[in-house]
Design a protein around this ligand. Structure first.
Ligand code: NAI
Length: 326
């Protein structure tokens, strides 16, 4: 089976090439999948797509027209796929539901600690022979209240680390984890009591812009907000207002609502037109990484293996439980 891999970087090629064999042939395209690039998949039976590839109804219709029957997402989130349209077109969609949730959880903690202890500033200062501690004052994680919204695989992995720090853990989820019994509370209590708040729920119509002017107003002054989940969980303009009013004391983002236009590319020689993103970067207490929370050796190994297994299952007419449509 020939598979067109979109948004393919060198590290994707390295990870996927180990699973290629006579039955599974990958063709790599650097382009993001959209209406213009669909035609690159001509002659393939399946495509492999990533978080910012466009899998809206018009693109799916074009994919179907050139004979694509299977979409293997090499990620967990699937908010970029019109599943209704895929079903109507009889395109099978599979994802990688779980791959090293610890990768994202550990990056979440890295963001908390970097913001708290201002490691991003300390790194530059020391390289400049500036050993002053002015402005680097942090706080003990021990004893602080950490609120987690979403306690699935990544939220649970984050909760386990947070407990190790001696923090008080508050959780909110529409479906509770038995392992975290006793930690669940209402969303409003979690907003009111958390010193640090971290988002680990998927992007759905219910969670879109859940962090907005109303929810921010309920939070503690100086709260630390971390989002390693999906950009549109946050109303970025409301967050900028809360940074300006000092309501938010620290902001860590690995994802951004309009990231599709900027992330995963080296734009250092170009102009970035997104004024909201550029405004975020002006705050000294904002740390942004470019959707790298998943990016560990272990996660890449698992992602490429499970994605390849999903393609092989499809080719052999079997279901393996990772299907979103079949
Ligand atoms: P999961 O499906 O295991 O857990 C999601 C949890 O969110 C579930 O427990 C679910 O009940 C809960 N949830 C659903 N709707 C909710 C709501 N309205 N309010 C509160 N909780 C709600 O997913 P997993 O693997 O933990 O991933 C979470 C998210 O992390 C993904 O949806 C994805 O967007 C993001 N992600 C980000 C990565 C990165 O590199 N930055 C990598 C992988 C995932």
């Amino acid at each position: 089976m020939k598979v067109a891999v979109f948004s393919a970087k060198k590290y994707d090629q390295e990870a996927f090439s180990q699973w290629a064999d006579t039955n599974l042939k990958f063709v790599y395209f650097e382009s993001r999948l959209n209406l213009e690039s669909v035609k690159l998949a001509q002659g393939c039976h399946a495509i492999c797509a990533f978080v910012n590839d466009d899998l809206s109804a018009p693109v799916l219709t074009q994919l179907s027209a050139i004979g694509i029957e299977m979409i293997a997402l090499r990620c967990a989130g699937f908010n970029n796929v019109d599943l209704t349209a895929a079903k109507e077109l009889s395109i099978r969609v599979a994802r990688v539901p779980a791959y090293s949730p610890e990768a994202v959880a550990e990056h979440t903690l890295a963001m908390m600690l970097t913001l708290n202890r201002k490691l991003h500033k300390a790194y530059n200062r020391v390289r400049d022979d500036n050993f002053s501690l002015e402005g680097l004052l942090g706080f003990n994680m021990h004893g602080k209240t950490v609120g987690l919204i979403g306690t699935g695989r990544i939220g649970l992995a984050t909760a386990r680390i947070i407990k190790g720090f001696g923090c008080k853990l508050l959780c909110y989820d529409v479906q509770e984890q038995p392992e975290l019994a006793g930690h669940y509370t209402s969303l409003s209590q979690l907003y009111e009591q958390s010193d640090i708040l971290s988002l680990h729920c998927p992007l759905t119509p219910q969670t879109h812009h859940m962090i907005n002017a109303n929810s921010l107003a309920q939070m503690k002054d100086g709260v630390m907000l971390i989002n390693t989940s999906r950009g549109a969980l946050i109303d970025t303009k409301a967050v900028i207002n809360s940074l300006k009013s000092r309501k938010i004391g620290y902001l860590g983002l690995d994802v951004y609502e309009q990231e599709a236009d900027i992330f995963f590319e080296n734009l250092s020689e170009q102009m970035i037109d997104d004024d909201v993103f550029k405004r975020l970067l002006t705050f000294p207490n904002v740390l942004i990484t470019g959707h790298q929370a998943f990016f560990t050796k272990e996660a890449m190994q698992q992602i490429s293996q499970i994605t390849s297994d999903n393609l092989v299952s499809y080719a052999s007419g079997q279901l393996n439980g990772n299907e979103l449509t079949h």
